[in-house]
Design a protein around this ligand. Structure first.
Ligand SMILES: Cc1cc2nc3c(=O)[nH]c(=O)nc-3n(C[C@H](O)[C@H](O)[C@H](O)COP(=O)(O)OP(=O)(O)OC[C@H]3O[C@@H](n4cnc5c(N)ncnc54)[C@H](O)[C@@H]3O)c2cc1C
Length: 475
């Protein structure tokens, strides 16, 4: 397994193909540092007594100890360990841990490639397994590029006026394929070793060229990563772990990119491209049942702390809000456990989460996140939006005045009140806080997509039978 330093030195060696703020930059650009800090946690903690059993596991391919973010789940226990790991490690970075996307992609592809081979006699699973061995051995990180730019939303890929609105194969060669198109909203793409591409939606027989899945190094020729970075406002002079965090969301252009066959995992099999799209989303929604409760824990923690500092912690209006937050977090987490326990071992050997519970958990989280922020804003009062900057807090001229007037309970230091409000301000008022709120709704698929998945897999017929029995209807 790699150390954080090895991960960082590996990505710094990559070719410059990241664009931020009008310039092509290398991966040592300071705007990428916050995201690198987040990913580094997943390497740093593998020997930590509290984390090592969660963050590492045994590879089912080689028997070697690997980072769990490179593991393909073999059992319900694996899924629950991933969920708990995600919740706990997200606490340390105050939100999204970002490395789960690649993990969810390898899990989805392990099943879709196997199923495609069963029907078509292809060797995608063999190629994928060789790739996975390398992925585990080199302890790689991957962004998962699923979300195509999609053009006119009412049209399927082959119906678009511009055929490049979904990533597609433009050339099949003896040594590989050439792909063109663009994916957007791709988390950590500028700081990942690899980009794993899976389709974004169900593909019809007319969408053959779009039925493609593959993996490439993130600095492959023709890949342009146009990155939007966001961060928390680092309080200069005040050490706060939360402020180390940052994020990058890539608009990835595949400008006729060559992919060798050993890294192509589906090419033309529309039924299994659909399955790959569906399974990445399923695994990712299960991951959300770990990270979203963690995000709610952070909101709850700051809400409870400021109420405590304000001297009103036990008041009924405060209690109601904190209990509501706890109920959202634990219902989403419980849905993840139910999804794992009721999961299925596939013929590929991969253990997949139960679809209904994973989607219901993700849906509940997505529908609630802005409400959670509203509860935090209510608990905190207006000051997070108007808090003096840390430079002013630390300025000898203004510090005593800020400390005198920011004080609440007599036994709580003004600095602790300031720190607490600063943390809340980061959640509610920073660029990263805004990105995370939209991610809370759309990341992993908007709630409407969970509705579609639930509609597809929930047993409504059984409910009709219950009604008929109770009404004495015999047909
Ligand atoms: C911060 C963040 C991080 C993300 N990270 C990743 C990532 O790492 N990898 C990845 O692949 N994706 C990622 N996503 C993308 C995410 O999965 C998508 O945003 C989500 O699936 C919605 O797709 P969209 O943004 O294209 O919205 P759209 O599809 O444009 O949807 C916009 C609205 O139009 C409606 N709509 C769309 N099509 C139809 C239709 N045919 N009929 C009726 N209504 C329709 C939708 O319901 C929605 O209300 C991320 C998103 C965010 C915000």
């Amino acid at each position: 397994m790699r150390t954080p330093e090895e991960y960082q030195s590996d990505i710094l060696k990559m070719k410059a193909n990241v664009y931020i703020g009008g310039k092509k930059v290398k991966r040592d650009d300071p705007r990428l540092k916050g995201g690198i800090n987040v990913i580094s946690k997943t390497f740093e903690l593998v020997e930590h007594p509290e984390f090592k059993d969660l963050l590492t596991t045994k590879s089912h391919l080689t028997g070697k100890r690997i980072n769990r973010f490179t593991h393909v789940n073999q059992s319900a226990d694996d899924l629950m360990a991933k969920q708990l790991m995600t919740r706990k490690i997200c606490h340390l970075v105050g939100g999204c841990i970002q490395r789960c996307m690649g993990c969810d992609a390898i899990n989805g592809l392990s099943v879709a490639t196997f199923a495609a081979d069963m029907e078509h006699g292809t060797d995608y699973n063999k190629r994928f397994t060789e790739y996975l061995k390398e992925f585990q051995k080199r302890d790689l990180t991957a962004a998962c590029a699923q979300t195509d730019v999609k053009g006119d939303r009412s049209k399927r890929p082959h119906q678009q006026d511009d055929p490049d609105m979904y990533v597609r194969v433009v050339e099949r060669r003896s040594d590989g394929i050439v792909v063109r198109g663009a994916k957007n909203c791709i988390t950590m793409s500028a700081i990942a070793d690899e980009i794993i591409v899976v389709p974004t939606r169900a593909m019809t027989p007319n969408d053959t060229d779009y039925s493609v899945a593959f993996a490439i190094p993130a600095d492959t020729d023709g890949v342009k990563l146009i990155s939007r970075t966001s961060s928390l406002r680092a309080p200069k002079g005040l050490d706060m772990p939360q402020a180390q965090t940052g994020d990058d969301e890539g608009f990835i252009v595949f400008d006729d990119v060559f992919v060798p066959w050993d890294r192509v995992f589906l090419c033309g099999e529309n039924k299994y491209a659909t399955l790959a799209a569906h399974l990445f989303a399923l695994f990712h929604r299960h991951s959300y049942t770990g990270c979203k409760p963690a995000t709610t824990d952070v909101v709850t923690g700051f809400g409870a702390l400021i109420a405590d500092y304000n001297g009103v912690y036990n008041r009924p209006n405060i209690r109601d809000k904190l209990v509501e937050l706890a109920a959202v977090a634990e219902l989403v987490f419980a849905a993840g456990i139910a999804s794992a326990i009721n999961g299925t071992k596939t013929p590929a050997g991969t253990f997949i989460p139960n679809e209904v519970y994973a989607n219901i958990g993700r849906r509940h989280a997505g529908l609630n996140y802005y409400h959670e922020l509203e509860l935090l804003a209510e608990l905190a009062g207006g000051l997070p939006a108007a808090l003096p900057f840390a430079e002013d807090y630390l300025n000898p001229e203004t510090k005593p005045l800020i400390e005198k007037y920011i004080k609440r309970r007599p036994d709580v230091s003004p600095e602790n009140v300031y720190r607490c409000l600063y943390g809340i301000s980061n959640i509610l008022c920073s660029s990263l806080g805004g990105v995370m709120a939209v991610a809370g709704v759309h990341g992993g698929g908007s709630p409407v997509m969970e509705d579609i998945a639930i509609w597809r897999s929930y047993d409504f017929e059984e409910k009709k039978r219950i009604a008929k029995y109770l009404a004495g209807i015999k047909d």
